[in-house]
Design a protein around this ligand. Sequence first.
Ligand code: ADP
Ligand code: ASP
Ligand code: MG
Length: 596
Amino acid sequence: MSLIVQKFGGTSVADVEKIRAAARKAIRAQHQGHRVVMVVSAMGKNTDRLLELAGEFGPNPPAREMDMLLSTGEQVSVSLVAMAIASLGSRAVSLTGGQIGLHTDSSFSKARIRSISTERIEKLLDDGNIVVAAGFQGIDDDLNITTLGRGGSDTTAVALAAVLGADACEIYTDVDGVYTTDPRLLPEARRVDVISYDEMLELASLGASVMHNRSIEFAKKFGVPIHVRSSFSDSQGTMIVAEQESESAPVSGAAMTPNEARVTVLGVPDVPGKSLQIFSAIADQKIAVDMVVQNIGDGGKADVSFTVQRGELAATLAALQPILPAIGADGITHDDSLSKISVVGANMVDQAGVASQMFRALADAGVNIHMITTSEIKISALVSRDQASEALRAVHQSFELHVSPSDAKSWTQIKADREAKGVEVETLVSRLRDDALEALTLTGISLLDGQARVTLSGVPDQPGIAADMFERIGAAGISVDMIVQGYDGDDGSTSVSFTVEESALESSLKVANEIAQSHGMRGVQGESGIAKVTVSGIGLRSHTHVATLLFRTLSDANINVEMIGTSELQVNAVIDSKSAETAKSGLEKVFAGSLS
Ligand code: ADP
Ligand code: ASP
Ligand code: MG
């Protein structure tokens, strides 16, 4: 008998009628012959309301008590859903996170799942019940109630689907699938039939709140197909699977995170270990650092810029201020009126001109780019918050995301292809480690040698410069790998670095010098003998210690990190070629336990 997990989000159980409708969906599936596990979120905006209530007692309530409070939202809805099922003549049993044996670590409000015991659920299913499990919550070793983080019911659902070996995991929500961007922000967004795990993982962590990013880590690791669909209709939604919709479209989706803040630590001595000091102080506060850009400035000093969520700016500054003298830095600046716009696409890796197209779209919309970071399947740009919607629209329009790519495949076609080829979906983790379901999973550590870096400094902080720069570089037939743009001291200008193949250094410098001259920039530097070391895996940004460990390993080996790029799938560090092998073997040693 097949088993299906059905997850209902807050809006889908917001009132009595909706609860009844959710109950009917589960009963119907049971009547069709499936064993059914439901995962349910708190009703409507209940979690927000509980948060507000807690706020009445000051800004920093004890974390343990907060999880105790927030978990009640799901307890209300699972019991009501079970009652609704009973009232409709079927059998159901509701279970809390503790009762389904969902064990987590003890990091309240962002607990990670360690194990789930399936016996009780299996037994209840065998007895003909629909099991109604509370999303978002678990218990730690001391039986404290923990929660997984906002939106975490998706992760409960996919994790249950993985450990129960479910045939399907359906996410019922208030949209009828995954769109090319949040349809509430852009009505012209297009629903996609299929999106790959990698793309959804990036989009989710870059602002596409339709799925909790950690649920996609689970899905990819254990090969769980996810069907995102509307609670209010029976139409087919979006399948999140290993395959992608198109083999040619450079961009599959765009996302925005509205509330970003930039921090720049000025005049950091350009010697190994300084980035580590900065980022470990922040990591100690459990704050996730995002876009990281280091500019190699004049006189052996660098400016280190990064972004954090706006709500964490104060805590970030408080963590850094006291250690500035120890770092030997000159000062710190920040700006909390920013948003991040990102584009994601699995085909971006082997296509030139994607970055310059994004920069051009922003320039034509009059949007200034404050910071840029790239990685293999995404490009992010930091822009003013008051221009964020325009920026998102311009980018969505430029990549024609509202139009279905000519080679787009439907889920039906992909399924047929799988059957024709006899392909089994590859799971990265073949055996469910019963003690560490959400442990870091690395797939490799690799080295790309023979690279060169070009840096332009004193780049005017105006719309259109990045577009012009990368269009000219592209026109010269130079293919660029990593790009970073960040703050260049406190004089209001920026600096842009990019990497190319060593053989393209000379031609890159020629073009860079022309660009520098035409825009009145301060200078151009080129350096050959550069290597890129890459740690690949799943959910590397959400496992924040990966970047810290990378910095620590390189710093301990006295290796300077010249550029860094992070994504959910990779952390890349640009270093001197001479240190490349040492770096690789050091990282292999440090991450040995996590390599799959
Ligand atoms: P639930 O309560 O069901 O978990 P969420 O509010 O967490 O629902 O997620 C659904 C919402 O996600 C949608 O209403 C939509 O506004 C938003 N969203 C953001 N990005 C996307 C996207 N790319 N595709 C679809 N919805 C998106
Ligand atoms: N109720 C929780 C929240 O609002 C979990 C969830 O809905 O996924 O974040
Ligand atoms: Mg959600």
